[in-house]
Design a protein. Structure first.
Length: 321
């Protein structure tokens, strides 16, 4: 346990300080008890096994400084769930890959140049994502959390917070538009628009197969992307995209919506264009989170830049314009 949640072992109590305050009790417990099923934690809350200041509370209760949380003895023992989880830890190859991909770290955040093919987090048939791998790789960071997400096939900058206070500050910056995000993408066709703003609402749906699909519709959420040309040829164009909102598959759907599908996009792209790009050596989605910039509340500026992998660099070198 950290200073945020000191464990008094004899009485199985947790004392909350200001850095851990403000979050819901259920989210707090999910974070601290990563190997315990959420359904079990909810049962403990409903049954009163978990108490705050000696009283019952609901899952939505927000923690306050100096709250005293009583945890049941069950948590101090190795359960069957925990034992199963220890048998499914990420392997050394994944851990080394992510550790080698760290591009920035200080006392507040850890930033990774995420390789393509690795999800931000586990779920939907994926055992491990960036967060699970780095938690296994860096057990010294007790409160590591994703600040935002990237699609599995998208590479580039992804930020993880090392403490709750940093996570809250970054989420507030995201809500207020205080984080600049720039992506690099290769699309089909000759770009003729100069700087082009796409303001098209997006709606996320889930098919019966479980696959997520996003469509442009007035029933969707407001979504804005700014596209700018970097290199242009008769058959393809290299663009920068600046995100003003952060919807699922936003850049991919907006690019296809205006007639410029992204190379290697098997969900929203053009099959013939993807085939031609594959012949040139592109075996992945050409979408990369290149840069992120923001300023902490104390005025310290952070500028993060993630380099392209060798496959994308090779494609760019073949670019004629």
């Amino acid at each position: 346990m950290t200073q945020q949640d000191k464990l008094i072992t004899k009485s199985n109590n947790l004392i909350i300080d200001a850095d851990a305050a403000g979050q819901r009790i259920d989210n707090f417990l999910f974070n601290k008890l990563k190997n315990i099923p959420k359904s079990r934690i909810y049962r403990m809350l409903r049954s009163g096994e978990v108490r705050v200041n000696k009283g019952r509370i609901g899952p939505s209760y927000k923690l306050q400084p100096n709250d005293l949380i009583r945890v049941p003895p069950f948590w101090s023992k190795t359960s069957e769930v925990e034992a199963e989880a220890t048998r499914g830890k990420p392997g050394g190859n994944l851990i080394n890959l992510l550790l080698d991909s760290v591009i920035f770290e200080d006392d507040k955040i850890l930033v990774v140049n995420k390789p393509t093919g690795i999800a931000s987090h586990g779920g939907s048939g994926i055992n491990f994502g960036v967060i699970e791998i780095l938690r296994a790789a860096r057990p010294d960071i007790r409160d590591l959390e994703l600040v935002h997400r990237l699609d599995r096939d998208t590479s580039g900058c992804i930020i993880l917070a090392k403490k709750r206070s940093a996570l809250r500050q970054l989420h507030e910056l995201i809500r207020s538009g205080g984080i600049f995000k720039k992506y690099l993408l290769l699309v089909r066709g000759q770009w003729k628009n100069g700087e082009h703003i796409v303001d098209a609402p997006l709606l996320k749906n889930q098919l019966s197969s479980g696959e997520r699909i996003v469509t442009v519709t007035q029933a969707g959420k407001a979504s804005v992307t700014i596209f700018r040309p970097v290199r242009v040829s008769a058959e393809m164009s290299l663009l920068e995209a600046e995100l003003k909102t952060g919807r699922t598959h936003q850049i991919r759907v907006h690019a296809t919506h205006i007639g410029y599908p992204i190379a290697g996009d098997e969900k929203y792209g053009d099959k013939e264009f993807n085939r031609k790009m594959s012949e040139l050596g592109l075996k992945r989605l050409f979408l990369h989170a290149k840069e992120m910039r923001f300023t902490w509340p104390d005025g310290v500026k952070v500028n993060l830049v993630a380099s392209l992998d060798s496959q994308l660099e090779k494609i760019i070198k073949q670019f004629s314009y």
